[in-house]
Design a protein around this ligand. Structure first.
Ligand code: CDV
Length: 309
């Protein structure tokens, strides 16, 4: 049996603070066309793909913050992405800042080749800080601007496989992957904005690319799933963002890798049935997991174990 699909990661180079959404969307449509010409049926865009990474600035007044958010999807600005999906017959994954009544989320959607939204995910693991911290060379105010996602980790049947999503910092947490693995995810789409410089532990700067791939490759292998990771990359408003967009097989191997820090499309042929090689053997969950011993993982007091060490 085989269930093949050709897929693409569409890495975005920097988006300037004053670059209008329409310009970012035009760059993305051009990448959809490239991906489609190379046979891709799905293209994955980064986290917060429509604008510059605005949580790097402290903004005290709410209207300034809300200007970065989307109140509707599609909107006049984002409609060309949906039109391109229909014209090219290609699905896409898009990250954006979502405002829903009084609530604000860091969101991603999966859109089918007919332009219909198939699934939505709201980021659960929000990194950074709440308060103005001007000592930093750039800030990371996701905790201030977004609420924790309230949709869990949805996995849906689409494009011949089972597809889940997560966003950036989520990829560093094994729970993210396991929750999708337990739902038989065969492909996880994710976008990220990861600075090269980590102000809290600058000694880790040299490890940013390693930790990026380590997290995604481990998530893929330990759950027997493909991963498509798409970066926003390059020097954006004084902040250097890593690239390294990659398509990863359920064996944990990188099968396609971006080599620039600009707009770049990488494509790979995948086969959802390959996931079975891992799921029926080394990580056969039904046979080998021992969930009765994993209680501390979901015990809110579980953190106490670590504090005591
Ligand atoms: N956008 C992110 O979630 N970025 C974080 C950084 C701040 C550590 C990441 O995990 O890549």
């Amino acid at each position: 049996m085989s269930r093949p699909l050709t897929v693409a990661a569409a890495q975005l180079g920097p988006i300037a603070k004053d670059e209008p959404r329409a310009s970012a969307v035009a760059r993305m449509v051009a990448m959809m066309e490239k991906a489609s010409a190379r046979g891709a049926a799905l293209v994955v865009f980064p986290e917060l793909a429509l604008t510059t990474f605005f949580p790097r600035w402290f903004m005290a007044d709410q209207p300034s913050v809300d200007a970065w958010f989307e109140a509707e999807m599609p909107s006049a600005d984002t409609a060309p992405l949906f039109d391109a999906a229909r014209r090219l017959g290609i699905a896409f994954h898009l990250g954006y800042a979502e405002i829903d009544g009084p609530h604000r989320y860091n969101t991603a959607i999966l859109v089918g080749p007919d332009g219909a939204i198939l699934s939505k995910y709201r980021k659960v693991h929000l990194p950074g800080h709440w308060d103005d911290e001007p000592w930093r060379p750039f800030q990371h105010l996701e905790k201030r601007y977004f609420e924790r996602g309230n949709l869990g980790f949805p996995v849906v049947d689409a494009l011949g496989g089972r597809i889940g999503m997560c966003i950036c910092n989520d990829r560093r947490w094994p729970e993210t992957w396991r929750l999708m693995g337990l739902q038989d995810a065969e492909l996880v789409c994710l976008g990220y904005n990861t600075p090269q410089h980590y102000p809290n532990a600058p000694g880790h700067d040299r490890l940013q690319d390693f930790h990026n791939h380590l997290s995604m490759q481990a998530g893929a292998y330990q759950n027997g799933t493909y991963v498509i990771g798409a970066a926003k990359a390059g020097l954006e408003e004084g902040c250097e963002l890593i690239g390294g967009s990659a398509i990863i097989a359920p064996t944990g191997e990188i099968i396609a890798l971006a080599t620039t820090r600009g707009d770049e499309v990488v494509v790979a042929d995948i086969d959802f049935d390959t996931c079975r090689e891992i799921r029926k053997n080394i990580f056969d969950f039904a046979q080998h997991r021992q969930p009765d011993l994993y209680g501390a993982l979901v015990d809110p007091a579980g953190g106490a174990i670590r504090k005591a060490v």
